[in-house]
Design a protein around this ligand. Structure first.
Ligand code: ARG
Length: 460
């Protein structure tokens, strides 16, 4: 087996099982393109600062770019002996450019290097996730725009509460995704800080230019303290937190879709392209997509918890525990991206709202009871008094197997002289929704305004 980079200081080789245990190459290969980009910036900086010659700088950059090509063509796949992606690249570089390759690691440590790689990776991934969030939002808007006047029961405590515009219900998820998008932008401000040049922990004896590498790598600023720079993983925790909230939102939507697709609710039908069958029950059509999203949410929360626990007892500065930041981070990125993709497809083509059934649902419950109380309150009856009166009407109606719309005008007038013929209009589901026109409410006029603003946000 190949010699370890650090083998000169050691008497004997690593135990093979320990080599495997120690190695991160099996997963940190994910960082290779960012490692190469970071190394190119470092090499350019070394040349610019006169730490190596301009020719040496050019040779290093050319060698690194060759490794990038080899990797992209599937010709570079380092094994366990390489230990990690940083050593793998350095070894290959020396093979390609010869002894000058051994100068690349001047004024640098794997500690500032891995921090740089991880930040470049995450910055890229955040952009991709934000783009996916925009697509998800835009599919929500497409459905919402077509369903402003489609009604759906609204719930609190999962009990029928007040009917809603279906668009309004869906727009709630648009707003959650909007916060997710903004939160990721905010997290990116802390991701996009350069630790490169912090060295192992204390800085370096060479006259480096950290601002220059930061500028080449498009970092917004640089860490002010080298110890903090190499050992900070706040940015990763913040990302895991933002990602967890994305998953909370996708999981809540998933739960609703699962309920809606049940026989009991029957609000949506699942389209064949996004549902699965059973191995034994021929009649089944299962909502696997939202179930998986709901299930995968647990994984992402776990990764957040894991990194918090990894960090809590670490003394300054770098400790190998920090290598454990990566798998959870990568898995989170991959999980969030996969879930956003699946949910966007599910919304776009996998669900059909059963509008007839929805209309029927809101017409056959007591979710217009508030409107009877509001009717009286608007005619001068103190709200609490009106509310008590309607409570009694609901009780007697349920006992009589009737709905509020079934009461005769005479019965209404007996309950209170303020009732007139327009009570029927006031308690029709369409009207009940339409009149909730307070800012942010479900009234159709409000929903149309919210839709316009939302569309503008997505298009901006
Ligand atoms: N593979 C390591 C990691 O992922 C790179 C940094 C190693 N640094 C060290 N001093 N052992 O964290």
């Amino acid at each position: 087996t190949e010699q370890q980079t650090w083998s000169q200081r050691f008497e004997s080789a690593l135990h093979p099982a320990i080599a495997r245990f120690n190695a991160s190459i099996t997963f940190d290969i994910e960082l290779i393109e960012y490692d190469l980009t970071g190394s190119v910036a470092h090499a350019k900086m070394l040349a610019k600062c006169g730490i190596i010659s301009p020719e040496e700088g050019e040779q290093l950059v050319a060698g690194l770019e060759q490794i990038r090509q080899e990797y992209q063509q599937g010709k570079f796949s380092p094994g366990i002996d390489a230990e990690d992606v940083h050593f793998a690249v350095e070894h290959r570089l020396v093979e390609i450019v010869g002894d000058v390759g051994k100068k690349l690691h001047t004024a640098r440590s794997r500690n500032d290097q891995v921090g740089t790689d991880t930040r470049l990776y995450l910055r890229d991934q955040i952009k991709q996730i934000q783009k996916q969030l925009r697509e998800f939002q835009s599919v929500i808007l497409d459905i919402a725009e077509k369903n402003v006047e489609t009604l759906i029961p609204g719930y609190t405590h999962l009990q029928r509460a007040q009917p809603l515009s279906l668009a309004h219900h869906l727009l709630a998820y648009f707003q959650m995704a909007q916060r997710d998008w903004e939160r990721l932008s905010d997290v990116c401000r802390r991701v996009n800080i350069s630790p490169l040049g912090c060295g192992a922990l204390a800085g370096t004896t060479f006259p480096i230019d950290r601002h220059y590498t930061a500028e080449l790598l498009q970092f917004d600023k640089i860490y002010a303290n080298s110890l903090d720079g190499v050992s900070d993983r706040d940015f990763a925790i913040e990302f895991l937190c933002a990602a967890s909230l994305v998953m909370v939102h996708l999981s809540r939507l998933s739960e609703e879709i699962i309920l809606w697709a049940s026989e009991e609710f029957g609000f949506v039908t699942l389209q064949d392209s996004c549902a699965t069958g059973s191995s034994i029950m021929p009649q089944k059509k299962n909502p696997d997509v939202p179930e998986l999203v709901r299930g995968k949410t647990g994984r992402v929360f776990g990764h957040l918890q894991a990194l918090l626990v990894i960090m809590k007892g670490l003394p300054l500065a770098y400790n190998k525990d920090l290598q454990e930041d990566k798998e959870g981070l990568f898995d989170t990125v991959n999980t969030v991206k996969a879930c956003l993709e699946a949910m966007t497809i599910l919304l776009r083509e996998g669900l059909k709202f059963r509008t007839q059934r929805l209309a029927q649902a809101v017409a056959e419950d007591f979710s217009n009871a508030t409107d009877v109380a509001d009717y009286l309150a608007a005619r001068g009856v103190p709200f609490r008094e009106a509310y008590n009166l309607v409570g009694k009407v609901v009780k007697t109606s349920i006992a009589a197997g009737k709905l509020l719309k079934d009461l005769t005008l005479e019965e209404w007038k007996q309950l209170h002289p303020a009732f007139a013929a327009d009570i029927y209009e006031a308690i029709s589901p369409q009207q009940v929704v339409a009149v909730r026109n307070s800012y942010g409410g479900t009234g159709f006029e409000q929903v149309r305004k919210e839709l316009l603003a939302a569309r503008a946000q997505v298009d901006s």
